[in-house]
Design a protein around this ligand. Structure first.
Ligand SMILES: Cc1cc2nc3c(=O)[nH]c(=O)nc-3n(C[C@H](O)[C@H](O)[C@H](O)COP(=O)(O)OP(=O)(O)OC[C@H]3O[C@@H](n4cnc5c(N)ncnc54)[C@H](O)[C@@H]3O)c2cc1C
Length: 386
């Protein structure tokens, strides 16, 4: 009979979160690590669908986070996301992964937004971050201004990032899709389709799969759909630096300047019923595909875009309180998870992997305690286990 292999750590899911966790655990020590991936998954890893952008701060403006969670937590969340941005950018640079740093720009269309952005600029500067108001680009007749946050937005070759992480973690053992995880007294039994292993620690990095793996969090991790498309400017150069992330209408639209004359534009997820909340599968919507270039034309009529030459739709996770869920699972010694980055997984997922690795190794990290799953404890009681 084949001997059951015993590992220190099992990591379930090999998108940016799982790969980063394995990379950061594996660099400095001799831990025995086993990685589990669902190679025959119907949906591709969300990380492979991303739109090549990394950014600090959060997509929603600082004012909104401060209003919902208080100024101290907003400051901590912002700082963590800035650390995430810095960490992935530094990693990319040291591994010759292409990046282009731009600006983080919030375009302002209405008087309400103008009032909110002015307040956000004051709050951000008071909290130690840099933000300023500027006049709108001359090419827009509609916009009232732009809020430019600290220069933390960049293009990143996400596929190369994933490939480098895969290469650096190749030496660890791999099993297929995890079917069950059961606790024995001293370890976990992790069963895949083909084999069973034992592990002291289990790290869930399986994105929406966490809802099934940890039913107590199913209510908290809400799926939502995002869709983007690549388009070229018909009139050449766009009036924003390459690498910039534009958001407007409170994140209803986002556009990433991928090249001087190319954007990757997405969003419009609040067009009901296409928002895709609680969706099981992502679908490209013709309505959103048609709407996005029309929306751009409203703001920049002199910068028309050509037809989309590539489009992707995927499911992301919006935690019910819109704060990522990263850290040790409450009431479950030896179980850790990270999910729910709301469109910022390339940086927050990378950093989450680093944070989990440090916590497991007993090192200190910038991860705010209120990111831990324990804040969602009350939802476990109303879990929707099937
Ligand atoms: C359309 C779209 C565009 C986006 N663009 C960006 C962007 O430009 N920048 C950015 O920062 N973020 C972006 N995001 C968000 C980002 O892609 C995600 O937050 C991030 O990829 C999540 O990474 P992850 O590793 O947690 O999950 P995933 O990459 O989904 O990895 C989880 C893995 O776990 C596997 N798995 C599931 N169940 C099991 C099991 N039982 N056993 C083994 N493996 C299992 C899955 O097959 C999957 O491969 C975008 C999201 C979408 C939907």
């Amino acid at each position: 009979m084949q001997k059951i292999q015993h590992y220190d750590i099992a990591i379930i899911g090999l998108g940016i979160t799982g790969l980063s966790t394995a990379h950061h655990l594996g660099t400095n020590n001799d831990l025995r690590i086993c990685m589990s991936s669902d190679e025959e998954a119907e949906a591709p890893s969300t990380s492979t669908l991303s739109a090549n952008m990394i950014t600090g701060g959060l997509i929603d403006n600082f004012t909104r986070i401060a209003q919902r969670h208080g100024p101290e937590k907003a400051q901590a969340a912002w700082a963590y996301s800035h650390h995430a941005y810095d960490a992935v950018l530094a990693f990319a640079k040291s591994h010759k992964i292409e990046t282009k740093e731009g600006a983080r720009i919030r375009l302002i269309e209405t008087e309400d937004e103008l009032t909110e952005c002015k307040k956000a600029v004051d709050q951000l500067n008071a909290a130690g971050f840099k933000s300023r108001m500027e006049t709108p680009p001359a090419s827009s007749k509609v916009l009232l201004g732009q809020q430019i946050d600290e220069a933390k937005a960049a293009f990143i070759d996400h596929q190369k990032l994933l490939d480098v992480l895969k290469e650096s973690t190749r030496r660890h053992a791999h099993i297929g899709k995890t079917l069950t995880v059961t606790r024995e007294s001293q370890y976990f039994k992790v069963a895949s389709e083909h084999e069973m292993i034992h592990a002291e620690v289990v790290i869930y990095a399986n994105h929406l799969g966490v809802r099934k793996s940890i039913p107590g969090l199913a209510e908290a991790l809400v799926s939502s759909q995002d869709q983007w498309q690549r388009m070229k400017s018909k009139n050449g150069k766009l009036p924003f630096p390459v690498g910039s992330l534009l958001t407007w209408r409170h994140g209803h639209y986002w556009a990433h300047i991928e090249a001087e004359d190319q954007i990757c534009m997405g969003g419009a997820r609040f067009i009901r019923p296409l928002a895709g909340f609680e969706a099981e599968q992502a679908e490209l919507s013709d309505k959103i595909a048609k709407h996005l270039p029309e929306a751009w034309a409203k703001y920049f009529p002199d910068l028309p875009l050509s037809a989309a030459f590539e489009s992707k739709a995927g499911l992301d996770i919006r935690p019910c309180d819109e704060i990522p869920v990263i850290g040790p699972m409450f009431g479950e010694t030896g179980v850790f998870l990270a999910a729910g980055y709301m469109g910022q997984g390339l940086s927050l997922g990378f950093k989450a992997g680093q944070s989990l690795a440090k916590i497991v190794l007993g090192k200190s990290d910038e991860l705010p305690r209120f990111f831990w799953p324990e804040r969602l404890r009350s939802l476990a009681a109303v879990s929707t286990e099937e």
